[in-house]
Design a protein around this ligand. Sequence first.
Ligand code: GLN
Length: 252
Amino acid sequence: MKKFFALVLAILMVASLAACNGTSNTDGKTYVIYSDNAFAPFEYLDEASGEYVGLDMDIFAAIAEDQGFAYEMHNEGFDASMGAVQSGQADGMIAGMTITDERRESYDFAEGYFEDGQVLVVKNGSDIKDFDDLDGKTIACKTSTVGGEYAESIKDEYGFTINYYEGSNEMYQAVVTGADAACIEDFSVIGWAINSEDLPLTIVTEDPFNNSFYGFAVKKGTNPELIEMFNAGLANIKENGTYDELLAKYGY
Ligand code: GLN
């Protein structure tokens, strides 16, 4: 019994020490963070463990640990994450979210943590080699993404129409089944999907377009301390080698 009380005391001491050392501006708050659910290698379900894993999950965990704040992660999809942040249901989102000027009107972003652009993707053996070949065709885009926004901006010029899908996997399947002639996806994500899931899809654009950085986001004007902690933690994990280790874990 004595041992038990000693243990409890030790735990309490460690906990209070942690509370003193931790960032004082979180007040023991558990932040609610939303993310995509099928966007490997950034966030995806690990079938074996039943847990969501990926580079975003690891980077966020490392930053939260470095900064000493608590959070719960909800992997609900990209459009759902944006909705949750804008409605105040979520404090922030990390979801391979591209930082754009347009989004800065409704989000505050932390420093970018990964650079990526988009590519045009077709089914293996397709005649389509570029946007020029899409006249009269439909292409698949993911709801609320920059790929979809880009497609909207060029669809009249090239004469295609757009079908929207909630998730990346549904979008790929639309191209695999031939429902749509092509899709637009982030380069690193479609590259990962083609390699690991053996999808019969080919990237036809030579270089990714709209290269930009992914950033952690909060609703504009809210949770400024979360942005500060993300930036401070990101700088620390870059400094101490954790960030490079995490990139290497996913082959970058
Ligand atoms: N990077 C893209 C965007 O921000 C796609 C993000 C995603 O599908 N999770 O729009």
